[in-house]
Ligand binder design. Structure first.
Ligand code: ATP
Ligand code: MG
Length: 574
């Protein structure tokens, strides 16, 4: 294709609103433009990249036995009411009404619609397993759309759903998707890690997130430092092996002390000259099952996802000041577990390591010292409710410790189990003629986010460095001049076309410097420069975008060598 006739509005300046490199470079390379917060236009080069991701998705998913469908984006409210999500999904769900006042939403994900399709069309074990996917525009009214295609409101997603006769079938479907996702991200040229993720309160058995490691990632990923251990988990799910040693509990009785005008653990610790590790931190939450008190050692942090998952809570929020006062009878800052009535009290394992604890007295400006868990107050349940920290022992192996990286979640696979099939009565007749709910899995990949994540990992100060399978074109021909050089470029373009390779020919009447800068910015893996001078010597110049390596090639061999280089690059991420 010819550069001069393509819409490639590159920018010299970095747009102010673009905070991370992928967003900046996609804007500067003329790939995307913003229409409204989190809503983008995909220009020719940007769209070509997205289409490349889609091609990889289709090839790998079809290979894994999945079938492509396309579901509506506008979804009748009834389906979401049936699953209960109409109420629970909150403001990310964009709701609308038609001219008859009937309610709809724009699909942020399609469990309901897919389950509805399958319950209508599939009714026998003979038709299962089934794994259906689509590549479609989703809408989520994200509270903070940002980072370009990373977190849009309107974005392209591949979403897939598996339907099996039993758990063993689901395990197989899930493993097949794990493999397919690994292949997909390898072919995209990404350095990624599949990590264990939280399955939520009513969620299914297991879940993995596919994380692209990058500084700008919004998620924290913990993994084991030991080379042979493959343990990895997101921050919500991560565990560590901790030996909380309980010393002999203090024998002195509990005592109230004055702590005037000091509320935070830090301040009280200083005031009483006691380390934060001697404190029982008392957090009051508001949940769908009533108020809840969570206790943790003063120097540790509660992991709310763990609390919700382990206690089976659908909703868990910090209590309002009013609720704290209601539960503890004291203003915020003086809560403690002693003497609380009619509230569930759970504790993290770390609490058991405090032999002589300090805690709020449920009275303004007062704390309790010499407190002993179990002796002075009851705990309903002790569990791991804690955020892990770097350097703690790996929960899986004996040798490693936990390290933390930043990651971008590009894909997510999840064993749903019976969650939707029971709610929507998606049943089948088994071998014995018994009606059974289908066992489901759900699998998603963000198309635009994958492209953006690739840029986060692959760029330099000049621009993008596309991997060969995602690049808008595998090769760019840069004739210097519009005479013989351009004529030769067009010839090489034809030869490459005959080899099945499409290229971008920079046929603009621009100075070499401008062409080279734009080529570096756009980031096509191979660049072939065709200059009048080189032609006289009978050579073209091949440059690899990633390494900067240059090579002079006889003109007549150019197409063949380009093909070889492309094949070598493809083999690297096969
Ligand atoms: P996040 O935690 O980043 O909001 P999510 O858990 O909501 O992601 P899923 O519901 O699992 O994401 O969606 C599947 C995939 O869709 C994600 O792995 C991600 O690649 C992509 N995705 C989700 N939200 C967005 C968004 N706002 N913009 C672009 N891609 C997204
Ligand atoms: Mg989300």
């Amino acid at each position: 294709m010819r550069y001069a006739s393509l819409l490639i509005p590159t920018l010299k300046e970095t747009p102010k609103e673009a905070e991370i490199v992928s967003h900046q470079l996609m804007m500067r390379a003329g790939m995307i433009r913003r229409v409204a917060a989190g809503i983008y236009e995909y220009l020719p080069l940007g769209l070509r990249v997205l289409r490349n991701v889609e091609t990889i998705l289709r090839e790998e998913l079809n290979r894994a036995g999945c079938q492509e469908v396309l579901l509506p984006m506008v979804i009748p409210a009834e389906l979401w009411q049936e699953s209960g999500r109409w109420e629970f999904y909150g403001k990310e769900l964009l709701r609308l009404k038609d001219r008859h006042d009937r309610e709809y939403c724009l699909g942020p994900t399609h469990e309901e619609v897919m389950t509805d399709l399958v319950r209508r069309e599939v009714n026998s074990y003979r038709q299962l397993p089934l794994n259906l996917y689509q590549i479609q525009t989703k809408f989520r009214d994200e509270i903070r759309p940002r980072f370009g295609l990373m977190r849009g409101r309107e974005f392209l997603m591949k979403d897939g759903y598996s339907f099996d006769v039993d758990e063993a079938g689901l395990d197989k479907s899930y493993d097949a998707m794990y493999e397919a996702y690994s292949r997909i991200f390898r072919r995209c040229g990404l350095d990624f890690r599949a990590v264990e993720a939280d399955t939520g309160a009513i969620g299914g058995k297991s879940s993995h997130e596919f994380m692209v490691l990058a500084e700008s990632g919004e998620d924290a990923v913990f993994s084991c430092t030991h080379a042979e251990c493959r343990y990895g988990a997101n921050a919500e799910k991560a565990e560590s092996r901790m030996a909380w040693s309980a010393g002999t509990p203090v024998s002195a009785p509990m005592e109230t002390v004055d702590t005037p005008n000091v509320g935070t653990i830090e301040d009280v610790a200083k005031f009483l000259s006691r380390p934060a590790a001697d404190f029982i931190k008392t957090l009051v939450y508001d949940t769908d099952q009533g108020p809840l008190v969570v206790l943790i050692r003063g120097d540790q942090t509660v992991n709310e996802a763990k609390v919700a998952a382990r206690l089976g809570l659908n909703r868990l929020e910090m209590a309002s000041d009013r609720l704290v006062e209601e539960v503890t009878g004291a203003p915020v800052g003086f809560a403690g577990p002693v003497g609380l009535k009619n509230v569930r009290i759970v504790a993290d394992h770390s609490v058991s390591s405090i032999a002589d604890a300090v805690t709020g007295a449920n009275e303004k400006d007062k704390h309790l010292v010499h407190v002993v868990a179990g002796r002075d107050f009851p705990i309903e349940r002790t569990d791991d409710f804690r955020l892990v920290q770097v350097g703690e022992a790996c929960p899986r192996c004996e040798q490693g410790t936990l390290r933390q990286d930043r990651g971008v979640e590009v894909g997510h696979i999840f064993k749903l189990g019976l969650k939707y099939s029971e709610k929507l009565q998606c049943n089948f007749l088994d071998r014995d003629g018994q009606l059974q709910p289908m066992v489901m899995g759900t699998y998603g990949i963000g198309v635009g986010r994958t492209a953006a994540a690739s840029i986060e990992q692959n760029h330099d100060d000049k621009g993008i460095i596309w991997s060969v399978n995602l690049a808008p074109f595998p090769v760019q021909l840069v004739p210097l001049g519009t005479g013989d050089a351009l004529a030769k470029a067009v010839e090489i373009e034809k030869e490459l076309a005959a080899l099945g390779i499409e290229c971008l020919v920079d046929d603009r009447e621009e100075r070499p410097g401008v062409k080279f800068n734009d080529a570096d910015l756009i980031g096509i893996p191979l660049r072939v420069t065709i200059g009048e001078k080189g032609l006289k010597e009978g050579i073209t110049e091949l440059k690899l975008r990633r390494s900067g390596e240059m090579e002079k090639i006889p003109v007549a061999d150019t197409a063949r060598v380009v093909r070889e280089r492309i094949e070598a690059l493809r083999a690297e991420s096969a």
